[in-house]
Design a protein around this ligand. Structure first.
Ligand code: FAD
Length: 477
């Protein structure tokens, strides 16, 4: 049960300043409102402010400051580390702010910060336009964009944050600012990759690109005893693939009875998944080699509406299941790295878990750390280690598997991670410094300017100067 650090005499006047509801621990909808996607997270906030506009967000920030409350900011509630909620403090919840407005002539979209990718894709797809989002449409736009954003269009059009034209946000002082190349440019630099450290974003303006309505896709699965051979062929393929191709390889059992023949359901597999951001005919040709690596178990590749591709994996990540994910940028896919990926896939304690290799490069690598704070453009691949399981008694085995795998795979990496797949960063973890390298001090200078008392600390945290905290605010205890 949440400890209420404040009483009705403070809460009631606050409620009166909001257009949206304030949800308290004894309200009927409290448990639904505090739940996030990851079933490992069980936090009890003192209050949840469901904001309906910028005015509500400004009033909520002032209220938290005046009452010295911990602050969590919730976009789509899909951060694996559960940083969208907290114990005892205030959740500034933007989940009712989901408006999307497309200007098809200017090829831009204004998106409120509580929107999901399904909200955005629905509107942009109407005009055969898209901005690069993530691979699961229920994920929030806000967290994904502020942390970078890797999607099906990444090698052609870059990260999600590379497609931002401007951002509106409320700072820790309650100021309402625009950040763009022309206004508060240094803040704009930091927001593209620096996460939720600098304020509460209320809206994003994205550039859009012509996509679809159909795109060529690759969705092919090979037997698990061919993981090493497939990864070798995959490495050779992506080395000369056109920038329109963005793919990932995922290895695991993935026991889906609807997709696979009965004798393959419970066996390990490797899948290669992705799309071609261009004409369907060119894409079918370009993706063909990935479908001919070996005799597939199943091949669902083919043209598909882009908006359907964006929702294809939604069912695989249901709310409330237990998740622990981490990542590591890889220097390459050497023979020994491939062998270790095959090994860690083999020993995964849960059949729902996967070891993923994301292809990077292309447009992602064309942007520098001078252009945006995002760290990780140098790497050719990103390793994602996803433990997904159902029973609480299996927590330790699954968490340990991810941690051991990461410890082993660090030999193939400079140790930097993709901050949107962070697992839980412990306090004083040096992952943030390792990941940002020299850029970290530039981010600290901005944190000192915009949030010197670390009001926004529940994130992959950039601690202001003089603060003891480094690392992150996520935990599942
Ligand atoms: P939330 O949990 O709501 O927020 C996470 C953090 O973001 C908050 O703690 C806060 O620090 C910050 N934040 C959120 N809203 C705001 C705001 N309005 N203003 C300021 N800060 C804010 N990532 C990819 O790049 N590509 C993928 O394909 C991809 N697939 C995923 C699939 C699933 C099923 C899941 C669970 C995650 C996936 N991710 C992917 C990771 C995803 O990018 C992060 O989990 C991201 O944090 C989710 O954003 P959210 O708004 O839903 O998160």
């Amino acid at each position: 049960m949440a400890q209420l650090p404040i009483g009705d005499d403070q809460i009631e006047p606050f409620e009166a300043t909001l257009h949206g509801p304030v949800i308290r621990p004894d309200d009927a909808d409290y448990d639904d409102a505090r739940a996030v996607w990851n079933g490992m997270i069980d936090k009890h906030p003192a209050l949840i402010a469901r904001c309906r506009g910028v005015g509500d967000v400004i009033n909520a920030v002032h209220f938290a400051r005046e009452n010295d409350l911990r602050v969590a900011v919730r976009g789509g509630g899909h951060n694996v580390a559960g940083t969208a909620v907290c114990d005892d403090g205030l959740v500034i919840d933007l989940s009712e702010m989901r408006g999307v407005r497309v200007d098809p002539d200017a090829r831009t979209a204004w998106v409120q910060a509580g929107a999901t990718w399904a909200d955005v894709d629905h509107e942009t797809h109407t005009f055969d336009l898209a901005t690069p989002g993530g691979l699961v449409s229920e994920t929030g736009v806000a967290g994904l964009t502020l942390g970078g954003g890797l999607g099906h269009l990444r090698c052609k059009y870059g990260l999600t944050c590379d497609n931002l034209a401007s951002i509106k946000l409320v700072t820790a002082d309650g100021d309402y600012l625009t950040a763009s190349e022309d206004e508060n440019a240094e803040l704009f630099w930091a927001l593209r990759g620096g996460g939720g450290n600098f304020g509460v974003v209320t809206g994003f303006e994205f550039d859009l690109h012509p996509i679809g309505p159909e795109v060529a896709t690759c969705l092919v699965f090979y037997p698990g005893d061919r993981i090493a051979e497939c990864l070798r062929a995959y490495r050779e393929y992506v080395a000369s693939a056109p920038v329109e191709v963005s793919t990932l390889a995922l290895a695991g059992v993935m026991p889906d009875e609807k997709l696979f023949p009965a004798d393959a359901v419970d066996e390990p597999k490797i899948g290669i998944v992705g799309c071609y951001a261009g004409s369907v005919a060119d894409g079918e040709r370009a993706l063909l080699p990935l479908r001919e690596i070996d005799e597939p178990i199943a091949d669902f590749s083919g043209p598909m509406p882009y908006v359907e591709l964006q929702q294809l994996f939604d069912e695989d990540y249901p709310d409330g299941v237990r998740y622990y994910w981490k990542s590591l940028y890889l220097d390459g896919l050497s023979e020994s790295a491939i062998d270790r990926i095959a090994y860690w896939t083999d020993v995964a304690p849960s059949p729902l878990s996967t070891v993923d290799v994301w292809q990077l490069g292309g447009a992602i690598a064309q942007v520098t750390v001078e252009d945006s704070a995002f760290a990780g453009r140098h790497a050719p691949f990103l390793l994602g280690v996803e433990a997904n399981w159902e029973r609480p008694e299996d927590d330790d085995a699954n968490v340990e598997w991810v941690r051991d795998c990461l410890d082993d795979m660090r030999q193939f990496s400079d140790g930097s991670v993709y901050l949107n797949f962070p697992g839980f960063l412990e306090e004083n973890d040096d992952t943030m410094r390792t990941t940002f390298g020299p850029t970290y001090e530039r981010l600290v200078a901005l944190k000192d300017e915009y949030d010197p008392t670390n009001v926004f600390s529940l994130n992959q945290n950039i601690a202001p100067s003089g603060s003891a905290q480094t690392g992150g605010g996520g935990s599942y205890e």
